[in-house]
Design a protein. Structure first.
Length: 674
């Protein structure tokens, strides 16, 4: 194994294979190179590929890591399991979840399903989901699960209405999941840990197999993920955690920065290696980022450095207001394009999605192609969700959320009144809703015509259940769409042929996705596995056909930018209450995390970094003066070139200004003020 291209700390991280190891990998320090070389080094020492597990947070990152490992170590690396936490959890559950009383074939509820179950539980508890946000309730449930606790109302003065609501909704939500034979995303982490604790033979099987554990982005782990790792590591404790506490920016979704700060407490005797050489940015950019992050008190001390000396100075553009800020940014983007920078090597980063509107308008005015990353995802499109709902009902008839979505899509004479009567009939006779469809003629409240429509729909689902079990998923789906008149209904519900074509293209993408899945899985391809794979994808599949060949400037939030890099970066809105943000949805400000967000933004730039702030922003129709971000004052002034568009131009006053002051003087004299 050739390690000559690694720097000394990288080599140390690769060859330290036994016992717990924390690799503090600063921004742009080559952490993926370390992980992939470490796996190749283990294989070279004779370690079985099947005994290595590497976990990360996105399917894309896992796929890229696996590809790099195979490229480095050859076919011998193919059996190495490189996976997301959730996909690994699903594998554990697939073998043994039935031993906790779940069905052998379980479904994974996606976020849409979860929201529907929360809203239903709120309705049962007579909680108005227009007054209280169901999404906040779901977030509270998720946080409780990941912390290993049952939601309970806090004592007076500590909690709020959401604590009480969550404690009331949680048991109904859990009951609904079990009734549908489903688990949610958090269960994919929590339930494997429960299996390991309650069933020693299950734990022993996995501990025996996985002798070496590698964890990417360790700073993003939550309490439940840490517990799963500790159980899996057992007495051997060969855990290599790679991460950067300075880039811990996901506390709002349950990540615990303390996991990395206290690694040696969780894994006593751990060694620590710091990767401080940056291969991305100029030293000038790193000096600014180092100065900002150094102000955080609770962190692992490190100072990023680069052998790329010199470079363009950081520019701070002070703008009169947000509209002018957007126009100035668009003008600077155009200059970069004219100077030869490719559009896809330029990014405009901001703290909140709401900041993108004026930027989009200004870029459109100059006819600059751009892409707002983080918009609606492919599998969130209505027609796509309808097709997926058919799949869910066909593979799992207990899924009432999906059943209610498509029972009258396309329209087949089963209206809301019919559905309400069917639901009442099911509850009265203690039947699953789908079972009550077959019993439609026994429902006295239904007219003969409505009952017949219900029976036809039930028959349709049963026929296609049998058809899908025989394979050829994409072809069977085409027949289903044709028989139901799905495409014709989508066209009829759309005002223009162009929009209709776009909708139907989305449906074609589902078919293409199914075909690719069948090609990968061969005879093992079935509908439930396909659905669970979709649920495990943290990023939606994109329409590559639409995006191919187009170079665009990227507009993105700071949270979305982590792990990415561009030649030229604009970081806009460097003001108090924006960056650092004052706190989302009434939550307290988390200043250390805001500082880490700023650090992430600064270290995305390879060559040019432009910061902007506005002197005034419009809030609720009023012009509000803005205070410069405290992070700006942390950057040494010699690193920054300030361009103040709010200052009067230097030199003698213009003829227009002279006329204005002469006129003002005359008016004051006439009024007796002079």
């Amino acid at each position: 194994m050739d390690l000559s291209k690694l720097n000394p700390p990288q080599r140390e991280a690769v060859v330290t294979t036994e016992g717990p190891l924390l690799v503090l990998a600063g921004a742009g320090s080559g952490k993926t190179r370390v992980i992939t070389h470490r796996i190749a080094y283990l294989l070279g020492k004779g370690v079985s590929a099947r005994s290595i597990l590497a976990v990360t947070f996105t399917n894309k990152a896992a796929a890229e890591m696996k590809e790099r490992v195979v490229h480095l170590a050859g076919k011998a690396a193919a059996p190495v399991l490189v996976s997301t936490f959730h996909a690994f959890g699903a594998e554990v559950l697939r073998e043994d979840l039935w031993r906790l009383g779940y069905p052998k074939k379980f479904a994974i509820a996606d976020q849409g399903d979860q929201m529907a179950l929360v809203r239903r539980a709120m309705k049962e508890r007579r909680i108005d989901d227009r007054t209280f946000d169901a999404r906040k309730v779901l977030v509270a449930i998720s946080r409780a699960k990941n912390a290993g606790i049952v939601p309970e109302p806090l004592e007076e003065g500590r909690g709020d209405d959401y604590d009480l609501i969550t404690s009331q909704v949680f048991p109904l939500y859990q009951l609904a999941l079990r009734a549908q034979g489903a688990v949610d995303f958090d269960d994919l982490i929590v339930l494997p840990s429960r299996l390991f604790r309650e069933l020693p033979d299950v734990k022993a099987r996995f501990v025996r197999r996985f002798r070496y554990l590698l964890v990417d982005e360790f700073q993003d782990t939550n309490a439940a993920q840490l517990e799963l790792l500790r159980l899996l590591a057992a007495e051997r404790r060969n855990v290599c955690a790679v991460g950067d506490d300075d880039q811990a920016i996901y506390s709002w979704r349950g990540a615990e920065v303390r996991n990395i700060l206290e690694f040696d407490r969780h894994f006593p005797g751990a060694r620590e290696v710091r990767l401080e050489q940056n291969y991305r940015s100029t030293q000038l950019i790193l000096d600014a980022a180092n100065a900002v992050i150094a102000m955080n008190e609770e962190r692992k001390p490190k100072r990023m450095w680069s052998d790329r000396r010199g470079g363009s100075p950081i520019r701070l553009l002070v703008c009169p207001d947000e509209e002018e800020e957007a126009r100035i940014v668009a003008r600077e983007v155009q200059k970069a394009l004219e100077a030869g920078t490719s559009a896809d090597d330029i990014a405009v980063l901001y703290r909140t999605n709401g900041q993108s509107r004026p930027l989009e308008e200004a870029l459109r005015e100059r006819d600059i192609a751009y892409e707002v990353v983080g918009g609606s995802e492919f599998f969130d499109k209505r027609e796509v969700k309808d097709v997926i709902a058919y799949f869910k009902v066909i593979s799992n008839p207990l899924d009432e959320v999906s059943l209610l979505r498509i029972i009258n899509v396309p329209t087949r004479g089963i209206g809301d009144v019919t559905v309400e009567r069917l639901t009442r009939h099911a509850r009265t006779h203690h039947l699953p809703l789908f079972r009550s469809l077959a019993d439609a003629k026994a429902c006295e409240e239904l007219s003969p015509g409505a009952a017949e429509s219900v029976l036809q729909f039930h028959g349709l689902i049963e026929r296609y259940r049998a058809a899908f079990q025989r394979g050829n998923l994409a072809e069977v789906t085409r027949r289903l769409l044709e028989e139901t008149g799905f495409r014709e209904a989508a066209r009829a519900a759309t005002p223009s042929a162009t929009v209709a074509d776009r909708k139907l293209k989305s449906v074609d993408q589902v078919l293409a996705s199914l075909e690719a899945f069948e090609k990968r899985e061969g005879t093992k391809a079935d509908l439930m596995t396909y659905l669970n794979r979709l649920s495990l994808d943290t990023r939606a599949e994109e329409d590559e056909g639409e995006r191919a060949g187009r170079r665009r400037v990227t507009l993105m939030t700071l949270h979305g930018a982590k792990g990415l890099e561009w030649r030229v970066v604009f970081l806009v809105g460097m003001e108090e209450e924006l960056l650092p943000h004052k706190g989302m949805q009434g939550e307290a400000q988390n200043l250390p995390e805001e500082r880490r967000l700023a650090y992430v933004g600064l270290t995305r730039a390879r060559e040019q970094l432009v910061l902007t702030r506005a002197a005034v922003r419009v809030r609720r129709g009023q012009e509000v003066p803005r205070t410069p971000s405290r992070f700006l004052s942390d950057i040494p002034p010699e690193l920054v070139e300030v361009v103040d568009a709010t200052a009067p131009p230097p030199g003698p006053p213009s003829e227009r200004e002279l006329k204005f002051f002469a006129s003002l003087k005359d008016r004051l004299k006439a009024g007796g003020a002079l």
